[in-house]
Design a binder for this molecule. Structure first.
Ligand code: NAD
Ligand code: UD1
Length: 341
């Protein structure tokens, strides 16, 4: 029988690509999303890509009545909990909102799992838990903490919460996935990263500049201790990241250990200036930028060791940063065309 996977936030950037991969791999999928940072059209794009329509429940993960309905109507094998707020700058201004949505949301999901005897949860954590790592690459044993914003704190607290939950509830399993920097879009150009507000993250910002909606990019600092002075990150194609979730689902349905933690990145660092130049080169367009001051709280360099995910999940990213930048631009062009029609 097909396994049913509940994805919270399944219409968002990473969630939608993961839903596509799950459906293609033969899983049934249901989604809870309140559309606070996604669009309902994504549902039909998922159907166009896969030929299958996931079950969709519109609403908040903190709505206990909704959770009761979803968990009663579906025989759920595992939950992938993506739903959260993720804008770092906003979290500094609205900490209560971030703690409320990101922590109460997880507590509500864990309670529903407990009540309905659902034993497996995969959680969207972040490389942000490593703060400004002293030694690179980051392994899963790199010390965590020293986080400088409420968004990052919510990821750390969620990790602790889930660790304590599986410890206290025999038979429960959790996998914490620490994502590095997901970029790119599905090759169809139908789904990609489409934030509702002005983006904070580098590639969505670059796309707004490429679309001439913003006149230039500001590179946050060129005086870091890196070869070209700009910060280094581990940019992973969102389809590779999505596939990491399918591998994690296969793992969680068979593991005995209550808790596993995996980095999902590529293992390769790319600087901001390298990324900007690669975007221009692969897409044959100019991208105006200026060098600005450092952004508070930025780590100089962060990239993953993915040895553990490779060894235990069979995780092997297929796409390069150039592929991801091409796909991101293709998504932009396709959406620009779509909005003109
Ligand atoms: P996203 O904003 O595109 O997707 C999140 C989805 O969750 C959206 O569709 C939104 O509408 C929904 N949502 C938010 N709050 C909700 C709520 N209370 N109830 C129901 N639905 C809700 O973000 P994303 O980039 O796809 O990120 C997914 C997860 O991965 C998040 O937990 C994020 O913190 C984490 N993460 C993202 C990145 C990244 O760079 N994108 C990096 C590390 C970790
Ligand atoms: C940021 C968050 C991190 C979060 C992740 C996903 C911070 C300090 N970290 O990671 O907690 O998990 O997003 O939401 O905010 N850059 C520019 N100009 C821009 C935008 C970015 O130069 O307009 C640079 C940044 O300085 C950084 C790199 O691009 O060096 C990547 O930035 P971003 O995409 O925001 O990701 P992170 O900072 O790695």
């Amino acid at each position: 029988m097909k396994k049913m996977i509940l994805t919270t936030g399944g219409l968002g950037f990473i969630g939608s690509h993961t839903v596509v991969d799950l459906l293609n791999e033969g899983y049934d999928v249901c989604i809870i999303d309140n559309l606070s940072n996604s669009h309902i059209e994504v549902l039909s794009y998922i159907q166009q890509i896969t030929g299958k329509m996931p079950k969709f429940y519109q609403g908040d993960v903190r709505d206990n009545a909704l959770l009761e309905k979803v968990f009663s109507e579906n025989d759920i094998s595992a939950v992938i909990h993506f739903a959260a707020l993720k804008a770092v700058a906003e979290s500094v201004v609205k900490p209560l909102l971030y703690y409320e949505v990101n922590i109460d949301g997880t507590i509500a999901i864990l309670k529903a799992m407990q009540k309905h005897h659902v034993h497996n949860i995969i959680f969207s954590s972040s490389a942000t838990v490593y703060g400004d790592p002293k030694v690179l690459p980051c392994t899963e044993d790199t010390p965590i903490g020293e986080i400088k914003n409420p968004y990052g704190e919510t990821k750390l607290i969620n990790e602790m919460l889930i660790k304590d939950f599986v410890k206290a509830n025999e038979g429960m399993h959790a996998i914490l996935l620490r994502y590095f920097n997901p970029i790119g879009a599905h090759a169809s150009g139908l789904i990609g990263e489409d934030p509702k507000d002005i983006p904070n993250n580098l590639v969505p910002y670059i796309l707004r500049v490429a679309a001439k909606k913003i006149d230039h990019l500001t590179v946050f600092g060129d005086d870091y201790d890196t070869p070209d002075g700009s910060c280094i990150r581990d940019y992973i194609h969102v389809c590779d990241l999505a596939h990491g979730h399918v591998l994690a689902i296969k793992k969680i349905l068979t593991i005995e250990e209550p808790l596993k933690i995996y980095n999902l990145g590529t293992g390769k660092g790319t600087s901001v200036l390298e990324l900007v130049n690669a975007f221009k080169k692969v897409n044959h367009i100019d991208l105006p930028y200026v060098i600005g001051p450092r952004r508070a709280g930025d780590a100089t360099a962060s990239y993953a060791s993915i040895d553990l995910a490779q060894k235990e999940l069979g995780f092997a990213p297929k796409f390069s940063v150039e592929d991801a930048l091409k796909d991101a631009y293709h998504f932009l062009i396709k959406h620009e065309e779509g909005s003109k029609n």
